[in-house]
Design a protein around this ligand. Structure first.
Ligand SMILES: [Zn+2]
Length: 204
């Protein structure tokens, strides 16, 4: 709406959210205005709380409100099995599929040279350090089945193979171009069960 730049600013910000187009963004902004100061205040408080509280787990880079996330802090987890994922949302997908026996390492993205995302932009140095400490018997590379996810998986495998006895990846059969986050739980579960030892022959 012309003449209301503060409203337009909210619409622009909200329309950047995944799955939210300009129309939905506008509906959300009007909803907040209709609900009055209280609703807006509630949202602002929740956002500020999230910004102040949430940080990256010191061990695995999962989202956390403490130094260690709930998984790294859980003594019943198998620390000999580390699963490498791109994002915290992928970790949650693995957990929801009932695959949460081991621990994780969240890369914080995937290699994407065209977007300027090189190895230094991901949590690879901390992964290498973690592996050098020993104790990891299997590293499961569970990046997304996309071209960039595959490239990232190969990079991780190269880095890990001298340091870990067994480097595995999820079974093929995952839809190429898909995202772990949106796979149904049984597909992801099957892919995990069918995981196989990483072979770098194809890219050497
Ligand atoms: Zn953690």
């Amino acid at each position: 709406m012309k003449g209301l730049p503060s409203l337009e600013r909210v619409v622009v910000v909200l329309s950047r959210f995944p799955g939210i187009g300009p129309k939905s963004a506008r509906r959300m902004a009007y909803y907040l205005l209709r609900r009055g100061q209280e609703a807006t205040g509630e949202l602002i408080d929740a956002l500020e709380g999230m910004r102040a509280q949430i940080r990256s787990c010191e061990q695995c880079h999962n989202l956390s409100e403490a130094a260690l996330c709930w998984i790294c802090a859980d003594p019943s987890r198998d620390r000999g099995r580390i699963c490498v994922v791109e994002e915290p949302s992928d970790l949650l997908a693995m957990e929801k599929a009932g695959l949460g026996q081991g621990v994780y390492h969240v890369l914080g993205g995937r290699l994407s040279p065209l977007d300027g995302v090189g190895p230094d932009a991901l949590h690879l140095a901390s992964l290498e350090q973690r592996l050098m400490q020993g104790g990891c018997l299997e590293l499961i590379v569970a990046t997304n089945p996309t071209v960039e996810g595959e490239a990232t998986a190969h990079f991780v495998a190269h880095l890990a193979q001298p340091l870990v006895a067994r480097v595995t990846r999820l079974a093929h059969g995952l839809p190429m171009g898909g995202e772990l986050e949106y796979l149904d739980e049984s597909t992801l579960y099957q892919a995990m069960l069918g995981r196989r030892v990483f072979s770098l022959d194809s890219c050497d």
